[in-house]
Design a protein around this ligand. Sequence first.
Ligand code: FMN
Length: 490
Amino acid sequence: MKILEPLALNGITLPNRIAVPAMVTRLSGEDGFVNQPIIDRYVRYAQGNVGLIVVEATAVHSNKSGPLLRLSDDEFIPGHRELVNQVHATSDSKVVPQIIHFLKVARSGWRQTIDSLSPEDIERIIDQFGQAAARARQAGYDGVELHSAHAYTLSSFLSRRNPRRDEYDGRTLEGRLAMFGRVMASVRKHAGSDWTVGVRFLAEEAIKEGYTVEDAKLIALRMAQLGVDYISLSVGGKFEDAVHREGQPLYPYTGYSGDRCMPGDWYPPLPHAHLAASVKQYINAKGYTVPVISAGKISDPDDAERLLQTGQADMIGMARQLLADPDWPKKVAQGRADQIVRCIYCNVCKQLDENFKEVTCFLWPKGVNQAPPDATDGLGPRWPEGGAGLTATVERGIVKLSWKKAEAGASPIAGYNVYRAEDDSAARVTEAVKSAKHTDKMVLGGLRYTYYVRAHDAAGRATPPSDAVRIDFPVPIAEPASPHSEVHHA
Ligand SMILES: Cc1cc2nc3c(=O)[nH]c(=O)nc-3n(C[C@H](O)[C@H](O)[C@H](O)COP(=O)(O)O)c2cc1C
């Protein structure tokens, strides 16, 4: 499989084309130091053989914020060095931190914008990026990723809504690109040209009057001209449409652009893959081969492989899926793809992040703060004698399913996947639940649904499919309204 083939960046070779994009863990304290739970989180991805591990957004400066890692001072280097050493001691995974600059936000909902930055402020930020990158190199990281996405400082310069009217003028593309150009030069000056420097930016801002993939293609081309070593694309996550919650600082993933950034279960799979494909094909046509990482609700190994085979991406980024199951690469390589604990995009992880709580996955057993270990020996779960006894009833547009609890093998039952097929199409996981029942409210009369369930343990070992049940219910016929029934007088 192409996804399992190595990929050379600048001075390093990734063991495969699978990346975990940056995901804030909220496992650090407000002091910004690396601690053991953070190291364990990234070592866990290394145990799963994730090719490129991007460590969560790490501040280049010391502005106050909630729990967040920092590289704003030399005192932070030893902790990062320990993280890198433990990741490298675990597997061939490569690891880079995503370095970020953000502006001030207040609980009143006020936020600082880039037009308030003086020329001195700008010089300082450019220098801070360079210094932080140099510290990342000293800590032994395999490279660094510049956070130019979402609601943060570098992204605000790239934005079509950039309000500046000086050399960083938001009315011209070159003006919007000027800050990134200077930051990139500073990073190369401080950290060297023989080291991987990637960038993450938006394929689409997803806000009113924000930029679309047309700008993203040109932005990517400039980044390629500047010598970035990989391009990781995201979407949305902006302050402009964020919804303010009383007494809370603005969280940039609360509006429509936030939905686009971390698309929930009601979004189709791969909602952004076509954007990454456009960007990649555009820069390739201009003669640049900088690898492009595509992300956004990718979890199926066949989908991931197809994106690479058809030239729509060079690498596959999976954030929530690899949080749910960091062993995805290993399981795919070992022909155990059916043991992958599939992300259901419930966004519990996103809610935890928003509330400054430790980011964990709903699919993990209760009370743990790391993904459970893989398991290849011992018994997996099984159905009781006589089978799962799956039953289904339909009532007012709701299908209610229930079944018997599965019996645990070597480790406890972690949950059940509900599979559903519509008419003659292939069955797909429609929901993951912890107890032996499920209600499906997204059914349409006139279609035929077939359901079955599988129980799995925390490592993803599953029972065979239960017996299937089939539901056929007609298109509801609207009752003609009675002229008398509509008027109610008290
Ligand atoms: C809890 C959480 C934290 C995130 N933190 C970051 C971050 O620090 N930097 C970043 O660029 N993206 C961050 N993201 C966005 C993800 O990297 C990714 O782009 C997004 O979740 C869509 O990919 P997915 O569908 O594979 O999860 C975060 C997402 C989640 C769910």
